[in-house]
Design a protein around this ligand. Structure first.
Ligand code: UT7
Length: 336
């Protein structure tokens, strides 16, 4: 296949499960309050899967259908490759991309899982962009989907993490830009494992024999643990830094950004990031109050909603930025 000048987002979609869980609902399970959660994070409610048996690939399905329709593609058969970003795969292996490909009826289509937590969608975008520009695959289905509700500790011990996360999915079709003016202008990714244990899920672990014991479970090692203050500090430094770097490489000023889609981990983080970048908050997506943190899904979910609300259109300059567990972080700027 021939290489192309630039890749772009041809279509985008999202899906959240119907079960709404408010802060007051959580306050019945642990010592927390609506006031604490809203003040510290901006979250009012989040979505949880309705019942057992719904995995990340199931949440992805409706989002994929929406993205295909938005891209004007006739059917799933137009998908040439799948990149699935998630930290909560349906099962430990194989990857959720394989489950999704099967559900979409795509035998033989390659499926790659990306395990980069909150930055997963941007890592996936970088891969999709390279494949499309290199002429390897024409239409790459890029998914960010998470089911967190089955993996958090809904009790006092896990409250610092449990109140933050929700379930949801976003999907994008990445393909060749038709207009020479369009497409991804710059994308930059980073990682620093010195902070790996500041936000992690310790077990099951291939490094332990056995990988998971009753004792580990009693200690809660199968639930995510976070050093919130440290992650907050890094996020407010690295998201502006990498955003400035992509804007500079793309030769686009912050003032020319029509829509900013930051990862949704904490409203206060994003307010600080906007301030540091000189981007008015009115141009930034802020849906954390409805969905909490859906990690790899926040960016496609936010962009999909914003596009449908008319907050961006073809030709808009969009900046995306994320920071999360790893540490991993990144940013991308594109003209839709
Ligand atoms: O997407 C992945 C990246 N993640 C992030 O970017 C998250 C970054 N971190 C944060 O957003 C914030 O650190 C949090 C929202 C997680 C926490 O806010 P904070 O202002 O850093 O609170 P803290 O952890 O310092 O805790 C303050 C107090 C503590 O009590 P004491 O020690 O002051 O008595 C906590 O025990 O709040 C307590 N606390 C809670 N209280 C009610 C912690 N969690 C809760 C809770 N409800 N859910």
């Amino acid at each position: 296949m021939k290489s192309v000048a630039a890749s772009t987002i041809l279509g985008i979609g999202h899906y959240v499960p119907s079960k709404v869980v408010t802060n007051d609902d959580l306050a019945k399970l642990m010592s927390t309050s609506d006031e604490w959660i809203q003040q510290r994070t901006g979250i009012k409610e989040r979505r949880y899967i309705e019942h057992s048996g719904i995995g990340a690939s199931d949440l992805a399905l409706p989002a994929v259908k929406m993205a295909l329709e938005h891209a004007g593609l006739a059917s799933e058969k137009d998908v040439d490759a799948i990149v699935f970003a998630t930290l909560s795969p349906d099962h430990n292996f194989p990857g959720s991309g394989c489950f999704l490909g099967h559900k979409l009826g795509l035998p033989g289509v390659p499926a790659l899982d990306v395990r980069n937590q909150c930055s997963g969608f941007l890592y996936g975008l970088s891969i999709a962009d390279a494949w499309v520009r290199g002429g390897v695959y024409r239409h790459v289905l890029l998914v960010g989907a998470e089911v967190h509700s089955t993996g958090i500790e809904l009790a006092d011990r896990g409250r610092d993490v449990a109140v933050l996360f929700g379930d949801g999915a976003g999907a994008a079709i990445i393909g060749p830009a038709t207009d020479p003016d369009q497409g991804l202008r710059s994308i930059k990714l980073h990682a620093d494992g010195s902070g790996a244990k500041d936000l992690w899920l310790e077990a099951p672990a291939s490094a332990y024999v056995p990988r998971l014991t009753k004792e580990m479970m009693d200690e809660g090692k199968h639930f995510p643990a976070m050093n919130g203050k440290q992650v907050f500090r890094w996020a407010t430094e690295k998201m502006p830094e990498v955003s400035r770097a992509v804007l500079e490489e793309a030769k686009i000023s912050a003032g020319d950004i029509d829509l900013f889609v930051p990862h949704q981990a904490n409203l206060r983080i994003n307010q600080l990031v906007c301030q540091k970048l000189g981007i008015p908050e009115s141009k930034a997506v802020a849906n954390i109050e409805k969905y909490g943190n859906t990690t790899a899904a926040t960016i496609p979910l936010g962009l999909s909603e914003a596009w449908r609300e008319g907050r961006c259109r073809r030709g808009s300059n969009v900046l995306m930025a994320a920071f999360g567990s790893g540490y991993t972080w990144g940013a991308a700027v594109l003209k839709l």
